[in-house]
Design a protein around this ligand. Structure first.
Ligand code: IPE
Ligand code: IPE
Ligand code: MG
Length: 252
């Protein structure tokens, strides 16, 4: 008799090698709108479910031994969406800041903001800053929230600050530019996951992602569960990162 094993059952039996877990995972949490549309629900319901999913994925990251998680929550281009949707996205962030930060703190999560404050309402700015300050000394997991974030904007602000600081051209190095990014002091992402199947970066971590491994799944973000994350991490563990070198150099 042939046993019928679903994809998910098979995944559960595959082991995740703790030695090969990426230290820094970044996620483009995409597909909330299509998830809702598929169910005849308003797009905003997709965003609400997306928020619930984030909680599950955060727990899974801690369990799997991921040290840094960067999530793309709102891009500099997302302001162009209909105002009602933008308002809902802002209110979801506010809900998270009001209700989840204590729990995150208790679980040792350090919250950081990756992006700019310009354009964000003053009361939301204050709440973001408060969450960052409150969780500053936690070390179990770093959660970078890419909110009002754009990779090009990040480069523009870095160039402006480098010029304003009067840095001589010969001192502008790869390492120095990294220090002017919103992610200063953190290692680059090892793995960038994009849900919902789009094959583009949408202005996410264009500097830091230069040598990241990419993983794209057709699953919409609200359905991207712990087993899907496990599958992505296992696949990452099987990749060969060459950083421009040859296989022979990597093996020696
Ligand atoms: C991702 O889901 C959430 C944000 C961009 C804030 P979308 O809202 O982009 O959902 P789709 O891509 O339209 O399905
Ligand atoms: C990227 O998704 C931004 C976030 C997930 C926050 P978008 O839905 O905005 O990307 P595009 O417009 O499909 O490229
Ligand atoms: Mg989208």
């Amino acid at each position: 008799m042939v046993a019928i094993v679903s994809d998910k059952d098979q995944l559960k039996t595959e082991a995740l090698d703790p030695e090969r877990v990426p230290k820094h995972v970044a996620i483009i949490m995409d597909g909330n709108g299509r998830w809702a549309k598929q169910r005849g629900l308003p797009r905003t319901e997709g965003h609400r479910q997306g928020k619930e999913n984030l909680r599950r994925i955060l727990e899974a990251c801690v369990e799997f031994g991921v040290e840094i998680l960067t999530i793309y929550a709102f891009s500099t281009e997302n302001w162009e969406r209909p105002p009602a949707e933008v308002n809902v996205l802002m209110s979801i962030l506010e809900l998270v800041l009001d209700h989840e930060v204590k729990k995150l703190h208790k679980n040792g999560v350090q919250v950081r903001h990756v992006g700019k404050m310009d354009g964000v309402s003053p009361h939301l700015q204050a709440k973001i800053q408060k969450a960052v300050d409150y969780t500053r000394n936690n070390t179990r997991l770093i959660l970078n929230v890419a909110f009002n974030y754009g990779g090009r904007d990040e480069l523009v602000q870095a160039i402006r600050r480098i010029v304003a600081d009067g840095i001589p051209p010969e001192e502008i190095t790869d390492a120095l530019v990294s220090q002017y990014m919103y992610t200063a002091g953190l290692p680059d992402p090892d793995l960038i996951i994009r849900t919902s199947g789009e094959l583009r970066v949408s202005n996410f971590l264009i500097w830091q992602g230069a040598y990241s491994e990419y993983y794209v799944t057709p699953t919409y973000w609200p359905d991207f569960d712990k087993e899907e994350l496990r599958k992505a991490l296992i696949e990452y563990g099987q990749r060969r990162r060459r950083f421009g070198k040859t296989d022979e150099q990597i093996d020696s």
